[in-house]
Design a protein around this ligand. Structure first.
Ligand code: FDP
Length: 344
């Protein structure tokens, strides 16, 4: 057998990986594997649409706003529908919640209900879609009380209760990053055979780093600890940190998270003083919680600056939070700045 033929037969598919992981669990019934399979099928369909872009007329604005008051792209609506259609019939879910929809989505009466809840952002970073930058789908899986029709309250659970979180990145290649609470693994979609193949086993975020990601145009609204942290990075070798830092801001959360998982760094979308009523930009249930689960499982930290993201008790299914995450040593430093008295 040639070397390349041998390595092809050694490849581990996502389904094989999940089934092997689940075999170790005494209560595993296969339901979770089937649920994940449906999520992945939806993401393959989304990958196809995103990839075809202008050729199939899916780019541009839909002329509507979502529950957050943000302009919806055509693909926001299309990808939301793909997720719902792929998941509602399977019998694994008690209900779903989407960043794009006001209230939780009920499972149609004709289908059986199951023991999980799924929350998703069907197309994160969608303001980048028309300029052909990386976008993604983020999902979070919780357990559902069996035999109940879940209400909004049933979704309002701490991130630490998630049983699985993941995201799919539609970039130069389509990648799935996944955790079930036992480390983080990355899979690359082999377009020829339509399967996600394990390519990044046990991803770990380097503890040290010298790269930061933040939207600098909001600088004048930042709180003192963030100002101090970024000022010290920018001061470089001559400043208190004694080393030079680099800056990256893709403005697509999935892409920024993926970079940090691979080579470390920090991401900050902190609380800022633009609108004191608005505690942050990113959504707790659809963005911060799943990313926090992944980041912590890869050895990083994730916080609002004053509270661990996974410990937040949600009060609203669409609530926003300040979000700070990345390499452990850098995030610990930034959290320590929040703990010191400041002038503002
Ligand atoms: P988008 O508005 O394009 O959906 O989810 C919100 C988000 O993108 C994140 O993906 C991204 O990290 C952030 O907003 C970008 O914010 P700015 O527009 O302030 O740069």
């Amino acid at each position: 057998m040639t070397q390349s033929a041998k390595s092809l037969t050694d490849q581990v598919t996502l389904t094989q990986f999940i089934i092997e992981q689940q075999r170790g669990l005494p209560d595993a019934s296969g339901t979770f594997t089937l649920l994940l399979n449906n999520i992945v099928t939806a993401c393959k369909q989304i990958s196809h649409r995103v990839n075809r872009g202008a050729l199939i007329g899916v780019l541009g604005s839909a002329g509507s706003e979502n529950v957050q008051g943000e302009v919806q792209k055509k693909l926001d609506i299309i990808t939301n529908d793909i997720m719902v259609k792929a998941l509602d019939w399977g019998g694994h879910l008690g209900g779903m919640a989407s960043e794009e929809i006001d209230d939780p989505i009920k499972i149609p009466k004709q289908y059986p209900k199951g023991k999980y809840l799924v929350l998703f952002d069907p197309l994160d970073g969608s303001s980048n879609i028309d300029i052909n930058l990386t976008v993604g789908t983020i999902f979070s899986v919780l357990r559902c009380r069996e035999g109940v029709e879940p209400e909004t309250e049933d979704f309002l659970r701490k991130g630490s209760e998630q049983v699985c979180a993941g995201f799919v990145l539609y970039g130069p290649s389509t990648m799935l990053v996944l955790t079930t609470g036992n480390g983080v693994n990355g899979f690359t979609l082999d377009q020829d055979i339509g399967e996600f193949i394990l390519t990044h086993r046990n991803m770990r975020i380097p503890e040290e780093s010298s790269e930061f990601a933040i939207n600098m145009s909001n600088q004048r609204f930042w709180e003192a600890p963030v100002k101090r942290y970024i000022d010290e990075c920018i001061a470089g070798q001559e400043g208190p940190r004694g080393k030079n830092f680099n800056m990256r801001w893709v403005a697509s959360l999935v892409a920024d998270v993926y970079r940090i998982l691979n080579r470390g760094g920090v991401f900050l979308y902190p609380y800022d003083l633009r609108d004191p009523e608005r505690p942050g930009k990113l959504r707790l249930m659809y963005e911060a919680n799943p990313m926090a689960f992944i980041i912590e499982q890869a050895g990083g930290l994730c916080s609002t600056g004053t509270e661990r993201i996974l410990d937040i008790k949600p009060h609203d299914i669409h609530q926003r939070v300040p979000l700070i995450f990345g390499s452990k040593n850098e995030i610990e430093r930034l959290i320590s700045y929040y703990q010191q008295p400041t002038d503002n």
